[in-house]
Design a protein around this ligand. Structure first.
Ligand code: CTP
Length: 402
Protein backbone atom coordinates (compact mmCIF):
# COMPACT_ATOMS: atom_id res chain seq x y z
CA UNK A 1 0.00 0.00 0.00
CA UNK A 2 1.34 3.43 -0.90
CA UNK A 3 2.00 6.00 1.81
CA UNK A 4 0.02 8.43 -0.35
CA UNK A 5 -3.18 6.35 -0.28
CA UNK A 6 -6.03 8.45 1.08
CA UNK A 7 -3.76 11.49 1.53
CA UNK A 8 -4.92 14.98 0.56
CA UNK A 9 -2.48 16.66 -1.80
CA UNK A 10 -2.71 20.32 -2.72
CA UNK A 11 -0.86 21.00 -5.95
CA UNK A 12 0.19 24.59 -6.63
CA UNK A 13 1.10 25.34 -10.23
CA UNK A 14 3.02 28.44 -11.33
CA UNK A 15 3.76 29.87 -14.76
CA UNK A 16 6.54 27.76 -16.20
CA UNK A 17 6.50 25.65 -19.35
CA UNK A 18 6.89 22.54 -17.15
CA UNK A 19 3.30 23.20 -16.02
CA UNK A 20 2.22 20.97 -18.92
CA UNK A 21 3.70 18.02 -17.02
CA UNK A 22 1.39 18.55 -14.05
CA UNK A 23 -1.38 16.68 -15.88
CA UNK A 24 0.74 13.52 -15.50
CA UNK A 25 1.59 14.44 -11.93
CA UNK A 26 -2.08 14.73 -10.96
CA UNK A 27 -2.80 11.42 -12.71
CA UNK A 28 0.01 9.67 -10.78
CA UNK A 29 -1.31 10.96 -7.44
CA UNK A 30 -4.85 9.87 -8.31
CA UNK A 31 -3.61 6.43 -9.36
CA UNK A 32 -2.10 6.06 -5.87
CA UNK A 33 -5.55 6.81 -4.39
CA UNK A 34 -4.57 10.25 -3.15
CA UNK A 35 -7.09 13.12 -3.20
CA UNK A 36 -5.88 16.09 -5.23
CA UNK A 37 -6.91 19.76 -5.33
CA UNK A 38 -5.16 22.20 -7.63
CA UNK A 39 -4.44 25.91 -7.22
CA UNK A 40 -2.91 27.83 -10.11
CA UNK A 41 -1.35 31.24 -10.38
CA UNK A 42 -3.34 33.24 -12.97
CA UNK A 43 -0.39 33.27 -15.43
CA UNK A 44 0.06 29.48 -15.27
CA UNK A 45 -3.27 29.07 -17.08
CA UNK A 46 -1.41 30.05 -20.27
CA UNK A 47 0.53 26.78 -20.03
CA UNK A 48 -2.17 24.26 -19.06
CA UNK A 49 -5.93 24.63 -18.78
CA UNK A 50 -7.82 24.44 -15.50
CA UNK A 51 -10.30 22.14 -17.30
CA UNK A 52 -7.61 19.50 -17.86
CA UNK A 53 -6.59 19.66 -14.22
CA UNK A 54 -10.11 19.69 -12.78
CA UNK A 55 -11.03 16.69 -14.95
CA UNK A 56 -7.98 14.72 -13.84
CA UNK A 57 -8.16 15.75 -10.18
CA UNK A 58 -11.98 15.40 -10.03
CA UNK A 59 -12.06 18.70 -8.10
CA UNK A 60 -12.59 22.36 -9.03
CA UNK A 61 -9.39 24.27 -9.77
CA UNK A 62 -8.94 27.68 -8.17
CA UNK A 63 -6.70 30.55 -9.19
CA UNK A 64 -8.35 33.59 -7.62
CA UNK A 65 -9.82 34.45 -4.22
CA UNK A 66 -13.26 34.64 -5.87
CA UNK A 67 -14.65 34.56 -9.38
CA UNK A 68 -15.60 37.96 -10.80
CA UNK A 69 -17.87 36.37 -13.41
CA UNK A 70 -19.97 34.39 -10.97
CA UNK A 71 -21.36 36.59 -8.22
CA UNK A 72 -22.77 33.54 -6.42
CA UNK A 73 -19.38 31.92 -6.17
CA UNK A 74 -18.05 31.58 -2.64
CA UNK A 75 -14.75 32.97 -1.50
CA UNK A 76 -11.97 30.43 -2.12
CA UNK A 77 -10.76 30.26 1.42
CA UNK A 78 -6.98 29.90 1.40
CA UNK A 79 -6.95 29.03 5.12
CA UNK A 80 -9.37 26.12 4.56
CA UNK A 81 -7.39 24.92 1.53
CA UNK A 82 -4.16 25.08 3.52
CA UNK A 83 -5.64 23.18 6.44
CA UNK A 84 -7.29 20.61 4.16
CA UNK A 85 -3.96 19.43 2.78
CA UNK A 86 -1.81 16.63 4.20
CA UNK A 87 0.91 17.69 1.76
CA UNK A 88 1.37 20.72 -0.48
CA UNK A 89 3.41 20.38 -3.67
CA UNK A 90 4.41 23.45 -5.68
CA UNK A 91 5.41 22.31 -9.15
CA UNK A 92 6.67 23.93 -11.23
CA UNK A 93 7.91 26.67 -8.92
CA UNK A 94 9.23 29.64 -10.93
CA UNK A 95 11.99 31.99 -9.75
CA UNK A 96 9.33 34.66 -9.28
CA UNK A 97 7.17 32.48 -7.01
CA UNK A 98 10.20 31.19 -5.08
CA UNK A 99 11.25 34.75 -4.36
CA UNK A 100 7.76 35.73 -3.21
CA UNK A 101 7.45 32.62 -1.03
CA UNK A 102 10.83 33.27 0.54
CA UNK A 103 9.80 36.82 1.42
CA UNK A 104 6.24 36.24 2.56
CA UNK A 105 4.57 38.03 -0.34
CA UNK A 106 1.03 36.82 -0.80
CA UNK A 107 -0.56 38.59 -3.71
CA UNK A 108 -2.32 35.54 -5.16
CA UNK A 109 -4.33 32.57 -3.91
CA UNK A 110 -1.42 30.13 -4.22
CA UNK A 111 0.91 32.27 -2.10
CA UNK A 112 -1.74 32.99 0.53
CA UNK A 113 -2.50 29.26 0.76
CA UNK A 114 1.22 28.44 1.06
CA UNK A 115 1.53 30.87 3.96
CA UNK A 116 -1.53 29.33 5.65
CA UNK A 117 -0.56 25.67 5.15
CA UNK A 118 0.54 23.74 8.23
CA UNK A 119 1.44 20.58 6.30
CA UNK A 120 4.82 19.61 4.80
CA UNK A 121 5.48 21.58 1.60
CA UNK A 122 7.45 20.22 -1.36
CA UNK A 123 8.83 22.61 -3.96
CA UNK A 124 9.94 21.56 -7.45
CA UNK A 125 11.74 24.52 -9.07
CA UNK A 126 11.80 24.93 -12.85
CA UNK A 127 13.45 27.70 -14.84
CA UNK A 128 16.20 28.44 -17.31
CA UNK A 129 19.77 27.52 -16.30
CA UNK A 130 21.09 31.02 -15.65
CA UNK A 131 18.02 31.89 -13.58
CA UNK A 132 18.51 28.66 -11.58
CA UNK A 133 22.20 29.44 -11.03
CA UNK A 134 21.52 33.04 -10.01
CA UNK A 135 22.51 33.99 -6.47
CA UNK A 136 19.05 35.35 -5.69
CA UNK A 137 17.37 32.06 -6.72
CA UNK A 138 19.85 30.11 -4.60
CA UNK A 139 19.16 32.48 -1.69
CA UNK A 140 15.39 31.95 -2.09
CA UNK A 141 15.81 28.15 -2.11
CA UNK A 142 18.11 28.23 0.94
CA UNK A 143 15.65 30.42 2.81
CA UNK A 144 12.70 28.20 1.88
CA UNK A 145 14.59 25.11 2.99
CA UNK A 146 15.51 26.79 6.27
CA UNK A 147 11.78 27.41 6.83
CA UNK A 148 11.28 23.62 6.70
CA UNK A 149 10.16 23.18 3.09
CA UNK A 150 11.55 20.27 1.07
CA UNK A 151 13.19 21.19 -2.25
CA UNK A 152 12.93 18.63 -5.05
CA UNK A 153 16.08 19.50 -7.04
CA UNK A 154 15.77 20.53 -10.66
CA UNK A 155 17.54 18.23 -13.11
CA UNK A 156 19.83 18.80 -16.08
CA UNK A 157 18.80 18.58 -19.70
CA UNK A 158 17.51 20.55 -22.62
CA UNK A 159 15.51 23.57 -21.51
CA UNK A 160 12.68 25.42 -23.25
CA UNK A 161 15.19 28.10 -24.32
CA UNK A 162 17.13 25.47 -26.25
CA UNK A 163 20.02 25.78 -23.81
CA UNK A 164 21.22 22.68 -22.01
CA UNK A 165 21.81 22.75 -18.25
CA UNK A 166 20.31 22.58 -14.79
CA UNK A 167 16.78 23.93 -14.32
CA UNK A 168 14.38 21.29 -15.64
CA UNK A 169 11.59 20.41 -13.25
CA UNK A 170 12.00 16.89 -11.85
CA UNK A 171 9.88 14.41 -13.83
CA UNK A 172 6.41 13.68 -12.36
CA UNK A 173 7.47 10.09 -11.47
CA UNK A 174 10.51 11.47 -9.63
CA UNK A 175 8.42 14.05 -7.76
CA UNK A 176 6.10 11.25 -6.57
CA UNK A 177 9.09 9.06 -5.61
CA UNK A 178 10.65 11.99 -3.71
CA UNK A 179 7.45 12.50 -1.70
CA UNK A 180 7.04 8.80 -0.94
CA UNK A 181 10.65 8.42 0.25
CA UNK A 182 10.55 11.58 2.31
CA UNK A 183 7.27 10.58 3.99
CA UNK A 184 8.57 7.06 4.72
CA UNK A 185 11.81 8.46 6.18
CA UNK A 186 9.89 10.72 8.53
CA UNK A 187 7.30 8.19 9.75
CA UNK A 188 7.24 8.26 13.55
CA UNK A 189 7.81 4.50 13.97
CA UNK A 190 10.42 4.22 11.22
CA UNK A 191 13.16 1.84 12.40
CA UNK A 192 11.08 0.47 15.28
CA UNK A 193 10.24 -3.22 15.57
CA UNK A 194 6.93 -4.30 17.05
CA UNK A 195 5.72 -7.68 18.26
CA UNK A 196 1.99 -8.24 18.22
CA UNK A 197 -0.12 -11.23 19.25
CA UNK A 198 -3.63 -11.45 17.85
CA UNK A 199 -6.64 -13.71 17.52
CA UNK A 200 -7.63 -16.74 19.60
CA UNK A 201 -5.66 -19.88 20.39
CA UNK A 202 -7.01 -23.39 19.89
CA UNK A 203 -6.13 -26.04 22.46
CA UNK A 204 -6.43 -29.55 21.07
CA UNK A 205 -8.58 -32.15 22.84
CA UNK A 206 -8.04 -34.85 20.21
CA UNK A 207 -7.07 -34.78 16.51
CA UNK A 208 -10.37 -33.12 15.50
CA UNK A 209 -11.60 -31.14 18.52
CA UNK A 210 -10.29 -28.13 20.40
CA UNK A 211 -11.10 -25.58 23.09
CA UNK A 212 -11.21 -22.10 21.56
CA UNK A 213 -12.93 -18.73 21.83
CA UNK A 214 -14.78 -16.23 19.64
CA UNK A 215 -11.90 -13.78 19.10
CA UNK A 216 -11.82 -12.73 15.43
CA UNK A 217 -8.38 -11.12 15.49
CA UNK A 218 -9.85 -7.91 13.99
CA UNK A 219 -8.46 -5.63 16.70
CA UNK A 220 -4.94 -7.08 16.53
CA UNK A 221 -4.80 -7.05 12.74
CA UNK A 222 -5.99 -3.43 12.71
CA UNK A 223 -3.19 -2.55 15.16
CA UNK A 224 -0.65 -4.32 12.91
CA UNK A 225 -1.79 -2.23 9.94
CA UNK A 226 -1.84 1.05 11.91
CA UNK A 227 1.70 0.44 13.21
CA UNK A 228 3.06 -0.56 9.78
CA UNK A 229 1.46 2.51 8.23
CA UNK A 230 3.54 4.59 10.65
CA UNK A 231 6.73 2.79 9.60
CA UNK A 232 7.09 0.02 12.21
CA UNK A 233 8.27 -3.44 11.19
CA UNK A 234 5.60 -5.70 12.65
CA UNK A 235 5.92 -9.34 13.69
CA UNK A 236 2.31 -10.45 13.88
CA UNK A 237 1.90 -13.73 15.73
CA UNK A 238 -1.61 -14.77 14.81
CA UNK A 239 -3.78 -17.49 16.24
CA UNK A 240 -6.34 -19.12 13.89
CA UNK A 241 -8.10 -16.19 12.20
CA UNK A 242 -9.78 -15.46 8.87
CA UNK A 243 -8.33 -11.95 8.84
CA UNK A 244 -6.06 -11.05 5.95
CA UNK A 245 -3.25 -8.52 5.94
CA UNK A 246 -0.97 -7.26 3.17
CA UNK A 247 1.75 -4.76 3.98
CA UNK A 248 5.45 -4.96 3.16
CA UNK A 249 6.34 -4.21 6.81
CA UNK A 250 4.10 -6.90 8.35
CA UNK A 251 5.49 -10.42 8.84
CA UNK A 252 2.72 -12.84 9.75
CA UNK A 253 3.59 -15.86 11.85
CA UNK A 254 0.65 -18.26 12.14
CA UNK A 255 0.29 -20.35 15.29
CA UNK A 256 -2.49 -22.50 16.72
CA UNK A 257 -1.98 -23.11 20.43
CA UNK A 258 -0.98 -20.96 23.41
CA UNK A 259 2.28 -22.92 23.66
CA UNK A 260 3.18 -22.14 20.03
CA UNK A 261 2.29 -18.48 20.56
CA UNK A 262 4.48 -18.43 23.69
CA UNK A 263 7.46 -19.89 21.80
CA UNK A 264 7.15 -17.44 18.88
CA UNK A 265 6.56 -14.41 21.17
CA UNK A 266 9.75 -15.22 23.10
CA UNK A 267 11.68 -15.73 19.86
CA UNK A 268 10.92 -12.18 18.65
CA UNK A 269 10.63 -10.27 21.95
CA UNK A 270 14.40 -9.84 22.49
CA UNK A 271 14.76 -7.78 19.32
CA UNK A 272 11.70 -5.55 19.41
CA UNK A 273 11.10 -2.05 20.79
CA UNK A 274 7.39 -2.48 21.39
CA UNK A 275 5.19 -5.49 22.17
CA UNK A 276 1.40 -5.40 22.14
CA UNK A 277 -0.35 -8.55 23.29
CA UNK A 278 -3.90 -8.45 22.03
CA UNK A 279 -4.46 -12.19 21.58
CA UNK A 280 -7.27 -13.91 23.44
CA UNK A 281 -5.05 -16.71 24.69
CA UNK A 282 -6.79 -19.74 26.19
CA UNK A 283 -6.17 -19.80 29.93
CA UNK A 284 -6.48 -23.60 30.09
CA UNK A 285 -5.60 -26.51 27.85
CA UNK A 286 -6.37 -30.23 28.06
CA UNK A 287 -3.80 -31.96 30.22
CA UNK A 288 -3.57 -34.82 27.74
CA UNK A 289 -4.35 -34.71 24.04
CA UNK A 290 -5.98 -37.95 22.91
CA UNK A 291 -4.06 -39.42 20.00
CA UNK A 292 -7.24 -40.87 18.47
CA UNK A 293 -10.62 -39.23 18.04
CA UNK A 294 -12.55 -39.66 21.31
CA UNK A 295 -15.51 -41.97 20.74
CA UNK A 296 -19.01 -40.97 21.84
CA UNK A 297 -20.30 -42.76 24.95
CA UNK A 298 -23.49 -42.50 27.02
CA UNK A 299 -21.59 -41.41 30.15
CA UNK A 300 -20.34 -37.90 30.91
CA UNK A 301 -16.91 -36.99 29.62
CA UNK A 302 -14.45 -35.25 31.93
CA UNK A 303 -11.49 -33.47 30.41
CA UNK A 304 -8.77 -32.48 32.84
CA UNK A 305 -7.45 -28.98 32.09
CA UNK A 306 -4.21 -27.33 33.12
CA UNK A 307 -3.24 -23.64 32.88
CA UNK A 308 -1.44 -22.39 29.79
CA UNK A 309 1.64 -20.20 30.19
CA UNK A 310 0.82 -16.50 30.60
CA UNK A 311 2.73 -15.02 27.65
CA UNK A 312 2.23 -11.41 28.72
CA UNK A 313 3.39 -11.98 32.30
CA UNK A 314 6.40 -13.99 31.09
CA UNK A 315 7.48 -11.11 28.83
CA UNK A 316 6.89 -8.59 31.64
CA UNK A 317 9.28 -10.63 33.81
CA UNK A 318 12.15 -10.46 31.31
CA UNK A 319 11.59 -7.10 29.62
CA UNK A 320 14.48 -4.66 29.29
CA UNK A 321 13.76 -1.59 27.15
CA UNK A 322 10.69 -2.91 25.38
CA UNK A 323 7.47 -0.92 25.73
CA UNK A 324 5.05 -3.68 26.76
CA UNK A 325 1.30 -3.30 26.31
CA UNK A 326 -1.39 -5.74 27.39
CA UNK A 327 -5.13 -5.93 26.93
CA UNK A 328 -7.71 -6.50 29.61
CA UNK A 329 -11.20 -7.70 28.86
CA UNK A 330 -13.22 -7.19 32.00
CA UNK A 331 -16.83 -7.57 33.05
CA UNK A 332 -16.73 -6.05 36.54
CA UNK A 333 -14.49 -3.70 38.58
CA UNK A 334 -12.95 -2.93 35.19
CA UNK A 335 -10.51 -0.13 36.06
CA UNK A 336 -9.38 -1.72 39.30
CA UNK A 337 -8.79 -5.11 37.67
CA UNK A 338 -6.98 -3.59 34.69
CA UNK A 339 -4.69 -1.54 36.93
CA UNK A 340 -3.85 -4.54 39.06
CA UNK A 341 -3.11 -6.57 35.88
CA UNK A 342 -0.81 -3.76 34.68
CA UNK A 343 1.23 -3.89 37.89
CA UNK A 344 1.14 -7.68 38.28
CA UNK A 345 2.38 -8.31 34.75
CA UNK A 346 4.93 -5.43 34.81
CA UNK A 347 3.43 -3.56 31.83
CA UNK A 348 3.99 -0.05 30.49
CA UNK A 349 0.35 0.30 29.50
CA UNK A 350 -2.86 -1.69 29.46
CA UNK A 351 -5.83 -1.30 27.16
CA UNK A 352 -9.12 -1.97 28.83
CA UNK A 353 -12.21 -3.01 26.95
CA UNK A 354 -15.22 -3.54 29.12
CA UNK A 355 -17.74 -6.16 28.10
CA UNK A 356 -20.33 -3.92 29.74
CA UNK A 357 -19.90 -1.42 26.89
CA UNK A 358 -22.21 -2.03 23.94
CA UNK A 359 -20.22 -2.54 20.74
CA UNK A 360 -16.96 -3.43 22.52
CA UNK A 361 -15.16 -6.75 22.62
CA UNK A 362 -15.10 -9.92 20.50
CA UNK A 363 -16.17 -10.28 16.86
CA UNK A 364 -17.65 -6.77 16.58
CA UNK A 365 -16.36 -4.12 14.17
CA UNK A 366 -16.23 -1.52 16.91
CA UNK A 367 -14.50 -1.13 20.24
CA UNK A 368 -14.44 1.24 23.18
CA UNK A 369 -11.23 1.45 25.12
CA UNK A 370 -9.49 3.11 28.04
CA UNK A 371 -5.68 3.24 27.97
CA UNK A 372 -3.96 3.19 31.34
CA UNK A 373 -0.23 3.92 31.55
CA UNK A 374 2.25 2.82 34.20
CA UNK A 375 1.60 5.99 36.25
CA UNK A 376 -2.05 4.87 36.24
CA UNK A 377 -3.18 7.82 34.09
CA UNK A 378 -6.40 6.90 32.32
CA UNK A 379 -7.44 8.03 28.85
CA UNK A 380 -10.90 7.00 27.67
CA UNK A 381 -11.99 7.00 24.03
CA UNK A 382 -15.50 6.93 22.55
CA UNK A 383 -16.92 3.95 20.64
CA UNK A 384 -15.13 3.77 17.26
CA UNK A 385 -14.39 1.32 14.46
CA UNK A 386 -11.56 -1.07 15.32
CA UNK A 387 -9.45 0.59 12.59
CA UNK A 388 -9.83 3.97 14.33
CA UNK A 389 -9.21 2.44 17.76
CA UNK A 390 -6.01 0.89 16.39
CA UNK A 391 -4.84 4.32 15.20
CA UNK A 392 -5.56 5.79 18.66
CA UNK A 393 -3.58 3.01 20.36
CA UNK A 394 -0.58 3.45 18.06
CA UNK A 395 -0.72 7.26 18.37
CA UNK A 396 -0.53 6.93 22.19
CA UNK A 397 2.40 4.53 21.93
CA UNK A 398 4.23 6.85 19.51
CA UNK A 399 4.08 9.58 22.17
CA UNK A 400 5.72 7.23 24.69
CA UNK A 401 8.45 5.66 22.56
CA UNK A 402 9.58 8.71 20.56
N1 CTP B 1 -2.46 -13.20 27.95
C1 CTP B 1 -1.33 -13.87 27.54
N2 CTP B 1 -1.20 -15.19 27.80
C2 CTP B 1 -2.17 -15.88 28.46
C3 CTP B 1 -3.33 -15.20 28.87
C4 CTP B 1 -3.45 -13.84 28.62
O1 CTP B 1 -0.44 -13.26 26.92
N3 CTP B 1 -2.02 -17.18 28.68
C5 CTP B 1 -2.55 -11.74 27.70
C6 CTP B 1 -3.61 -11.32 26.72
O2 CTP B 1 -3.13 -11.29 25.40
C7 CTP B 1 -3.98 -9.93 27.22
C8 CTP B 1 -3.75 -10.03 28.72
O3 CTP B 1 -2.92 -11.15 28.91
O4 CTP B 1 -3.08 -8.95 26.72
C9 CTP B 1 -4.97 -10.12 29.56
O5 CTP B 1 -5.68 -11.27 29.35
P1 CTP B 1 -7.00 -11.57 30.24
O6 CTP B 1 -7.53 -12.89 29.78
O7 CTP B 1 -7.90 -10.41 30.23
O8 CTP B 1 -6.42 -11.67 31.65
P2 CTP B 1 -5.83 -12.84 32.44
O9 CTP B 1 -4.44 -12.48 32.77
O10 CTP B 1 -6.02 -14.13 31.74
O11 CTP B 1 -6.65 -12.76 33.79
P3 CTP B 1 -8.21 -13.04 34.07
O12 CTP B 1 -8.62 -14.15 33.17
O13 CTP B 1 -8.21 -13.38 35.49
O14 CTP B 1 -8.89 -11.75 33.81
Amino acid sequence: MSVLKGKKILLGITAGIAAYKTASLVRLFIKLDAEVKVIMTPASKDFITPLTLSTLSKNPVHSTFYSKEDENELWNNHVDLGLWADYMVIAPATANTLSKMANGTCNNLLLATYLSAKCPVYIAPAMDLDMYKHGSTKASLDKLQAYGNAIIPATSGELASGLVGEGRMAEPEDIVAFLKNDILEKLPLKGKKLLLTAGPTYEAIDPVRFIGNHSSGKMGFAIAMAAANLGAEVFLIAGPSHQKIKHSLVHRIDVVSAEEMYIQAHKYFKNVDIAILSAAVADYKPKNIASQKIKKKDTTLDIALEPTKDILASLGAIKKNQYLVGFALETNNELENAKSKLKRKNLDAIILNSLQDKGAGFATDTNKITIIDDSLNEKSFPLKSKKEVAKDIIAEIVLKVK
